[in-house]
Design a protein around this ligand. Structure first.
Ligand code: PEP
Length: 256
C-alpha cells in the first residue's frame, strides 16, 4: 500500500482574483509524482472561482480546492458561517479544520474541532486536522501530551475506524509564519510519535493517514522535510502565495 502525499496551500486571509489567475496559469506545467494530491485553500469568496478555473484550464487532476474552515452545524442561524453542504454544492472536497489561528484567535476547542471533523466526514469532505504545540509547551516537554489531547477528542467523536479518512497536519505553532522551521529530525520525531499514537488504536489507520508538516516550509527546505519517513507532504502558508515556490514544493512530495 502506498500512502498518499498531500501538499495543501493555506492562503489564509490573502489573495484575490488576480492570485487565482496567477496560480492557475503558474501550475499549468506542474510535474507531480504519482500518489500526490495538491489542495489549494483560498478564502471562501474564491473557492468556486478557483475550482472552475482549475477545471477550465484542465490542470492536473490531482489539483483540488479546499476550504480553510467549516461550521460544525448543518444549517440555520449561524451568521457568517459556511456549512459542509455549501462546500459540497461548490464541488469542494477538502477542508482545513482546527488551524492554530482558529484555535488561538477564535477560541475553537478540541471538542468543537472534533465536531467539525465529524461534520466534514459525514458530508464526504476530507478534513485536514491541524494540531501543534506552542513554543512554551515544547520547552516544558509537553508536546506529546498536547498533541494527544488534540487528536483523542476527534477519535472519541468519530471512532478510530473513520479516522482512516482524516489527514493530519502537524504544525508547531512557533514555526507558523515565523520563518523558524522545525529541523527535519525534530519534525520526523514528532510525526513518528503521532503515527505510533494512532497505531496503538488501529495499525491500518496509522499506516494510511497522511501526516503533513506545516510551519515555514519553503522551496529550499521542502525536499529534506518530505524525505523523512513519516512526513507525507505539507501544509504551506506564506510560500503557497507564490506559484513558482509552491510548484517546487508540490514537486518535492512523494507517496510512501
Ligand atoms: C500555515 O498557515 O498553516 C502555515 C504553516 O504557514 P507558514 O507556511 O507561512 O508558516
Amino acid at each position: 500500500m502506498t500512502r498518499q502525499a498531500i501538499v495543501a496551500a493555506n492562503w489564509k486571509m490573502n489573495g484575490d482574483s488576480a492570485l487565482v489567475d496567477t496560480m492557475v496559469s503558474g501550475l499549468a506545467d506542474i510535474k507531480l509524482s504519482s500518489h500526490v494530491d495538491v489542495v489549494i485553500c483560498p478564502s471562501f469568496p474564491y473557492l468556486s472561482e478557483l475550482n472552475q478555473k482549475i477545471k477550465a484550464a484542465k490542470l492536473n487532476e490531482a489539483i483540488h480546492v479546499g476550504s480553510q474552515n467549516v461550521s460544525e452545524h448543518e444549517s440555520g442561524a449561524f451568521t457568517g458561517e459556511i456549512s459542509t453542504a455549501m462546500l459540497k454544492d461548490l464541488a469542494i472536497n477538502y477542508v482545513i479544520v482546527g488551524h492554530s489561528e482558529r484555535r488561538s484567535i477564535y477560541k475553537e476547542t478540541s471538542t468543537q474541532v472534533a465536531k467539525k471533523v465529524h461534520a466534514a466526514l459525514n458530508a464526504g469532505l476530507t478534513p485536514i486536522l491541524c494540531i501543534g504545540e506552542s513554543e512554551a509547551e515544547r520547552a516544558t516537554g509537553e508536546t506529546e501530551t498536547v498533541l494527544s489531547a488534540q487528536i483523542q477528542p476527534v477519535i472519541d467523536d468519530i471512532g478510530i475506524d473513520k479516522f482512516i479518512d482524516v489527514v493530519i497536519a502537524y504544525e508547531p505553532v512557533w514555526a507558523i509564519g515565523t520563518g523558524k522551521t522545525a529541523s527535519s529530525a525534530m519534525a520526523q520525531e514528532t510525526h513518528q510519535f503521532i503515527r505510533q499514537f494512532l497505531a496503538q488504536q488501529n495499525e491500518l489507520v496509522s499506516d494510511k493517514v497522511p501526516l503533513l508538516y506545516g510551519g515555514s516550509v519553503n522551496a529550499a527546505n521542502c525536499e529534506e522535510l518530505f524525505a523523512q519517513t513519516d512526513i507525507d507532504g505539507g501544509l504551506i502558508g506564506g510560500a503557497s502565495l507564490k506559484a513558482e515556490q509552491f510548484k517546487i514544493i508540490c514537486s518535492a512530495a512523494k507517496g510512501k
